[in-house]
Design a protein around this ligand. Structure first.
Ligand code: NAI
Length: 479
């Protein structure tokens, strides 16, 4: 079979960008991205896309209406496609068996059932969502138990390794593409057909093929390893602060070892995002089910350390502000879980904000890409308007960083947006309450320069020498 038409179920952070890049690089393939959410599809078909990713607008503008379509007509999408990506969400279960740890596969299952109901010709079904090992078996069972005459299915695993904020570059210049399938001749043929799609732009040597279970486990393992590096460096920040070592210098020295490498060694208030915690919980649950408590405990510690880091940072903020933040104005700079995305899922800013609110603070939040409604949702856990009205008594969302910091007792920087490095901190110092505190949770600012202006600065993994005099030490020029 030559793949002429692709359908993707799920127009989210993965389905949208991935299929946009496939459409860009494969003009001979028609790609339709389907979602059950009318709102989401409407946004994909508008000028304001539902997600922010550098470079995404241009790719969508080039392909939309040419060989890239966004639609709620799932039946048509499935029936016409030769290959179907399942790219639906796989959140952590919140009720029932394995709640709080196991992946909830209800959306994957419902996608498989839709395909079983609607398909009238042979399909290659590709699991792109991140799933526990052996999830492809569920899809296989559903499809093969419902096979109609003349319809045959091949199921592949093709996990996505993109990172939000750099999704387009990650997709175009992927380190590797991983495709797992059955070790039968039909399975191998399906693998080759998906390889052909990627070979439009990915060098064949960078396309790895494995069995289905290795492919599924590799995705969980990759995220667990990445998160483990962050927790490892973060674990040393408290040691640095206590001893006078500087975690940036330690990370540089450690990362120069070619066996370790320099990436993903930046200390911070902790990792966030929709994947790391969920996928590690998934791995922990899998290990427990396999009666491997030592393995489960090992990965649990990566998550525990992350919680410790978020709590430690917030505690430092409160303690520095004379152990009370009641009725104090605190400016939160950045709310997304990392720069260059508007995604707030599991963002450390949520933990910081909620703790400060519990302590009675008034928050003034600014983020360049997160919509106010999303911030209210994260802080209340609901889209109910009356709840939002309640929280607005102590949370104000601002259009600029300057507006957020005016009258603030402290600034808490939670996301490493580049624009924060360009702020005029002389101007900011003037409009803040004194003493003016600044907590840099991402280590992106020039702390010595801030101290020269007069700020009381705290950061992560480095003990800063106190600056006694305010505005007494010469040059105050900040970028
Ligand atoms: P998302 O929540 O942004 O999007 C999922 C979409 O699927 C939603 O729009 C939802 O309405 C839709 N959906 C659910 N059931 C459906 C159905 N039966 N038919 C049609 N649409 C349906 O999720 P996101 O972030 O795109 O993640 C998708 C998967 O990819 C997850 O398994 C995630 O772990 C994985 N992943 C996510 C990455 C990320 O950075 N967000 C990176 C790599 C993998």
């Amino acid at each position: 079979m030559v793949i002429e038409k692709i359908c993707c179920l799920g127009a989210g952070y993965v389905g949208g960008p991935t299929c946009s890049v496939i459409a860009l690089k494969c003009p001979d393939i028609t790609v339709t991205v389907c979602d059950k959410s009318e709102d989401r599809i409407k946004q994909w078909n508008s000028d304001k896309l539902p997600i922010y990713e550098p470079g995404l607008d241009d790719v969508v503008k080039t392909c939309r209406g040419r060989n890239l379509f966004f639609s709620t007509d799932i039946a048509k999408g499935i029936q016409e496609a030769d290959l179907i990506f399942i790219s639906v969400n796989t959140p952590t279960k919140i009720v029932g068996n394995g709640k709080g740890r196991a992946a909830d596969l209800k959306y994957v299952e419902s996608a498989a059932r839709m395909i079983a109901d609607l398909a009238t010709s042979n399909k290659i079904v590709v699991e792109k969502s991140t799933v526990p090992v052996k999830a492809a078996e569920i899809i296989m069972k559903i499809l093969r138990a419902n096979t109609k005459p003349g319809v045959d299915y091949q199921i592949l695993s093709n996990p996505e390794f993109l990172a939000e904020g750099t999704a387009i570059v990650d997709l175009i210049e992927a380190d590797r593409v991983l495709i797992g399938g059955e070790e039968t001749p039909e399975g191998q043929k399906a693998i080759q057909e998906l390889c052909w799609v990627y070979e439009h732009w990915i060098p064949a040597k960078n396309i790895l093929t494995t069995n289905t279970w290795s492919s599924e486990l590799s995705k969980l393992a990759a995220n667990a390893f990445l998160a483990q590096r962050i927790s490892s460096i973060n674990s040393l920040t408290a040691v640095c602060e206590a001893t006078g070592a500087d975690v940036a210098e330690v990370a540089k020295a450690v990362g120069r070892d070619s066996r370790i490498g320099p990436k993903f060694l930046e200390a911070s208030i902790g990792f966030g995002g929709s994947c790391f915690q969920k996928d590690i919980l998934n791995l922990i649950y899998l290990s427990e089910c396999l009666h491997l408590p030592e393995v489960a405990a090992y990965w649990q510690q990566v998550l525990s350390l992350n919680e410790f880091q978020k709590t430690r940072f917030t505690r430092k903020v409160i303690e520095s502000l004379f152990n009370t933040v009641t009725d104090k104005n605190i400016a939160i700079l950045g709310f997304s879980f990392k720069k260059n995305t508007g995604d707030t899922r599991e963002s450390p800013a949520i933990h910081v904000s909620k703790t400060l609110l519990d302590e009675g603070a008034k928050l003034h939040i600014y983020d360049p890409k997160v919509e106010p409604e999303q911030i209210y949702y994260e802080l209340t856990g609901t889209y109910v308007k009356t709840e939002h009205e309640n929280i607005k008594k102590c949370v104000e969302i601002h259009d600029t960083a300057y507006s957020a910091v005016t009258g603030a007792h402290a600034i808490v920087l939670c996301t490493e947006w580049d624009e924060f490095k360009e702020l005029n901190f002389n101007k900011i110092y003037e409009v803040m309450m004194k003493p003016a505190y600044l907590f840099d949770g991402r280590k992106i600012l020039d702390h010595e320069a801030l101290q020269r202006i007069g700020f009381h600065v705290q950061t992560i993994g480095k003990r800063l020498a106190r600056t006694g005099s305010i505005r007494a030490q010469g040059s105050l020029t900040m970028p």
